[in-house]
Design a protein. Structure first.
Length: 289
């Protein structure tokens, strides 16, 4: 009975299989980006950038309706534009990057909702804000898979300077000029993966499969390689369990996936061996000299 409940949705329905492959691709591409955002103390920057793509996606919707490629292209342009504008404002004014991104986040969210509301219905607005992972077609799946593959390839190329910048950006600046280009490429990968997540989870939840698995991984390991493995596994498990939960209940698939990830996060917060509450309250005995 339990086995049927866990596996029959994917055996019987093609849309469930597409959704499962989609969330696995999101886990492979987005979870490593989330870990690096966490290590660079930029998790809230990821949330702000998630809303920055909304006006571009909304303009794509205004022009072509719920067209995958129009909304994806618009989201990419909007995300890159906000990242560049935030960098220019931070460099040329006294505002810090977090304050600048917070301002752009609010402007982008309001503008995107207004644009969608001009032409669309409340259902269209909900689709843009929260996505619909169960409605992914073959073209959407190919875009998500391509972006995830691109992310992994680019991370492999810039991995060493990227990790060094996470640990000691001043050292990287002293020994190499790669810091600024690597930072810009990393921001581009953040935007690409947020647009990726937007296809399935909408702009409000797209950052969820990036940040929550990274937080889960942080409570289980301090080694970056292990953190990446745990984050990808947690994101994939959250996607699978969320789809099963959604299939058997009335909870929408996108929120169900994020709620499962949140449950894993709180379990890790309590029982994680690398800084969890249990390990702090009852530390393992150490050898005494």
């Amino acid at each position: 009975m339990i086995v049927d409940a866990l596996f029959s949705p994917f055996a019987e329905f093609e849309f469930m299989r597409r959704a499962l492959v989609g969330v696995f691709a999101l886990a492979l591409g987005g979870a490593p980006i989330g870990v690096l955002l966490l290590l660079r103390r930029m998790s809230l920057v990821g949330d702000a950038m998630a809303h920055a793509i909304l006006p571009g996606a909304a303009i794509g919707f205004l022009v072509s309706g719920l067209n995958l490629f129009a909304m994806t292209f618009g989201g990419l342009i909007a995300g890159f534009s906000v990242a560049i504008l935030a960098g220019l404002v931070t460099r040329d004014t006294e505002l810090r990057e977090d304050a600048t991104l917070a301002a752009f986040y609010l402007i982008s969210l309001a503008l995107g909702v207004a644009i969608v509301s001009i032409r669309g219905t409340n259902i269209d607005l909900l689709h843009v804000l929260f996505g619909d992972v169960l409605a992914m077609d073959g073209a959407t799946l190919m875009v998500i898979a391509f972006n995830a593959t691109l992310t992994l390839v680019v991370l492999a190329v810039i991995w060493r300077p990227l990790v060094v910048e996470c640990v000691d950006p001043l050292f990287l600046r002293a020994v190499s000029r790669a810091g600024a280009p690597v930072h810009l490429v990393f921001l581009a990968l953040v935007v690409v993966n947020l647009v990726n997540g937007f296809q399935a989870l909408g702009t409000l939840l797209a950052v969820g499969l990036m940040v929550l698995p990274a937080g889960i991984a942080r409570f289980w390991s301090r080694d970056i390689t292990a953190m990446l493995a745990v984050a990808v596994a947690a994101a994939a498990a959250s996607g699978y369990a969320g789809l099963v939960l959604s299939f058997h209940t009335r909870v929408p698939a996108g929120p169900a996936i994020i709620l499962v990830a949140a449950a894993l996060y709180f379990l890790s917060l309590v029982f994680g061996r690398a800084g969890g509450l249990w390990s702090r309250l009852f530390p393992a005995p150490h050898l005494e000299a």
